[in-house]
Write a protein that binds this ligand. Structure first.
Ligand SMILES: O=C(O)CCC(=O)C(=O)O
Ligand SMILES: [Fe+2]
Length: 312
């Protein structure tokens, strides 16, 4: 495998399925990351959503803080600068962010663990474009999961009824300009994502780095319409590490470039809260015995991890 993270054209999932699934599967086994191009999400939607998110972050701090929900674990609304801290890190990340969750009817059985969204009144279009991007990435994520399922001998629709009420989050992030010199903090400390898979749209400003199997940091800046898609800890656990949740970080740019802000929008695709993460039999072998004899619900796993990153 080359020292470059592959990018694949997802239209081949329809036109050239077997080869596409094999190549995608190989990329994820090696890197836990791949680029996905030709995904069909309109650039206009991505641009409109980014414009709305930027407008929000340009608001005064006291206005933004009105949308912070104390004790809410950052699940919905705004989380100010200086809170999230990568697991095991001494220094908080240099970012502020917003969480958009799934829209559910109030009588949904998942309502107790998936609270309603909040929306910033100052940016009325935030809701429309945020939800449209949420739904588009949810649909794209389902296609990637179909390919990942086929590659490990599961039916293409294996994940459909396990993610249809997934506790997924769209997270517009703002990394403000860095004005202080010699700070120990980085924009995002080295971490693995918690969820099934993450789809990162528009990571076109440099900074994202992925830890290779040789323990080398490999920059991954997407080009054109490419969306970066990586495996999270829940899918790593379910697949007994066949699909690795790869450590990544966002580094501070050198010199003057640090004075530029960075925006990015990951979509964390989660399973349904009551999905039981129990190692798949097809991912257990003599060479790779089960690493997790005890199953755990997706919600139980999430709670544990939120405490570790200081959001709970
Ligand atoms: O901003 C980025 O490019 C990556 C963000 C990230 O890794 C995360 O929020 O989990
Ligand atoms: Fe991440």
């Amino acid at each position: 495998m080359s020292a470059r993270i592959p990018t694949l054209d997802i239209r081949r999932f329809d036109s050239d399925r077997d080869a596409f699934v094999a190549e995608l599967g190989a990329a994820y086994r090696e890197w836990g990351f791949a680029g996905i191009s030709h995904h069909g999400i309109p650039q206009a939607l991505i641009d409109e959503a980014y414009a709305a998110f930027r407008k929000f972050y340009a608001l005064p701090e006291d206005v933004k803080k009105q949308y912070h929900i104390p004790g809410g674990g950052g699940a919905r609304g705004y989380t100010p600068f200086g809170i999230e801290t990568a697991k095991g890190s001494k220094h908080f990340d240099l970012k502020e962010f917003w969480h958009i969750g799934r829209e559910l009817p109030d009588d949904s059985k998942y309502r107790d663990v998936m609270p309603p969204n909040v929306w910033p009144a100052e940016v009325p279009e935030f809701r429309e474009y945020g939800l449209a991007l949420y739904n588009a990435l949810d649909a794209l994520g389902s296609r990637v999961l179909s390919a990942l399922a086929l590659h490990i001998g599961l039916p293409a629709d294996f994940f459909a009824d396990k993610t249809n009420f997934g506790n997924s989050i769209l997270r517009p992030i703002h990394y403000p300009p860095i004005t202080a010199d010699d700070i120990p903090n980085v924009r995002a400390g080295a971490h693995g994502d918690i969820n099934f898979i993450t789809l990162l749209v528009g990571a076109s400003t440099a900074g994202l780095e992925v830890l290779s199997k040789k323990d080398e940091w490999v920059p991954f800046t997407s080009e054109g319409d490419t969306i970066v898609v990586n495996i999270g800890d829940m899918l790593e656990r379910l697949t007994n590490h066949v699909y690795p949740s790869t450590i990544h970080r966002v580094v501070n740019p050198p010199g003057e470039a640090a004075r530029q802000p960075r925006y990015s929008v990951p979509f964390f695709l989660h399973p349904n809260p009551d999905f039981l993460i129990d190692v798949l039999p097809s991912c257990v072998s003599e060479d790779n015995p089960s690493r997790y004899p005890e199953p755990i619900t997706a919600h139980g796993f999430l709670e544990q991890r939120l405490r570790e990153i200081k959001l709970k």
